[in-house]
Write a protein that binds this ligand. Structure first.
Ligand code: SAM
Length: 284
């Protein structure tokens, strides 16, 4: 048995991470828990059934997915309070990270039931660990909105963050999302991780414009996108628009056109307005 029964005779809820592609990423603890719980709640019983068949584990399965998570939680909490040990798994990776799980976990916590995480793969941690980004912070946005208008609004709200921005994205939307990122963030450095831990794993790095070029045509597989945060502004860089324009001219030796483009992006102003203003003071 994986853990002793709780003293109040209630069961425990195990949150079990499963591989994101490579089945040898299965841990011994994950197998032990799945083999000994009374019930496994999973997104798709056929999908998890195949994983269990691979492991030679026979278990009772019940579905718990986005559409039935609310009602299923009532049933699962009852079973836990009656003393059943239950494992929650998603199709791949860690439950609760852009996957169902949070409703059940919150319910269990509210009822004082025992919640035990069994850690393992997550595409988020896998991509970040291979990205080379330094520093403690990162922003994880899950899947960006599917509609451009809403997505651009979301991205604009993140523009000032100076930590890496991490998103999951579907292959048929990645071009549109990269285009929106370019429009909002300018040509920042980014990375696209495709099919992590699988046979056709691929890591692309470069400015957003290059990633857009590389993803022309049909993109296949699962993707994690990491965009570098807003570069730290140099301290000596002035805040005032006139001084900023002249600072780019005199200190950075930037062309008028480039200065207008960079300032317009940084200050979220129309490029033509900044260009017109820069033109009027550039030769002074
Ligand atoms: N809970 C999962 C986790 O912890 O990684 C994520 C589930 S979410 C529904 C699925 C998304 O995760 C995919 O669309 C993709 O963006 C990302 N993903 C999952 N597996 C991946 C892989 N092997 N390589 C790259 N991205 C992956």
């Amino acid at each position: 048995m994986h853990t002793p029964k709780n003293t109040d005779n209630t069961g425990s809820l195990y949150i079990v991470a499963t591989p994101i592609g490579n089945l040898t990423d299965i841990s011994q603890r994950m197998q032990d828990v799945l083999a000994t719980v009374d019930l496994i709640a999973c997104e798709d019983t056929r999908h998890t059934g195949r994983l269990l068949a691979h492991l030679g584990i026979k278990a009772d399965l019940t579905s718990c997915h986005k559409e039935n998570e609310q009602q299923k939680t009532v049933y699962l909490l009852k079973k836990l309070s009656e003393g059943l040990d239950i494992a929650l798994v998603s199709d791949a990776g860690t439950p609760g990270i852009s996957d169902p799980g949070a409703v059940l976990v919150r319910g269990a916590r509210e009822q004082g039931l025992s919640v035990i995480p069994v850690p393992g793969p997550s595409a988020l941690a896998t991509a970040l660990s291979a990205s080379g980004h330094q520093g403690a912070g990162f922003y994880f946005g899950g899947f960006p909105a599917a509609k451009t208008g809403e997505r651009v609004k979301q991205l604009k709200a993140l523009k000032g963050l100076n930590c890496p921005l991490i998103f999951y994205e579907a292959p048929h939307r990645v071009q549109a999302t990269l285009q929106d990122c370019l429009e909002v963030f300018g040509d920042r450095q980014a990375q696209l991780f495709r099919e992590l831990t699988k046979l056709h794993e691929e890591h692309l790095s470069g400015p957003l414009s290059i990633l857009i070029e590389h993803t022309q045509g049909k993109v296949r597989g699962e993707l994690v996108l990491i965009i570098s945060g807003q570069p730290e502004r140099k301290e000596e860089q002035p805040d005032n628009l006139d001084e900023l324009i002249l600072w780019y001219r005199d200190t950075e030796k930037t062309s008028l056109k480039d200065a207008a483009r960079i300032i317009a992006k940084d200050l979220d102003l129309p490029r033509s307005q900044v260009y017109g203003h820069a033109l009027s003071i550039w030769k002074n």
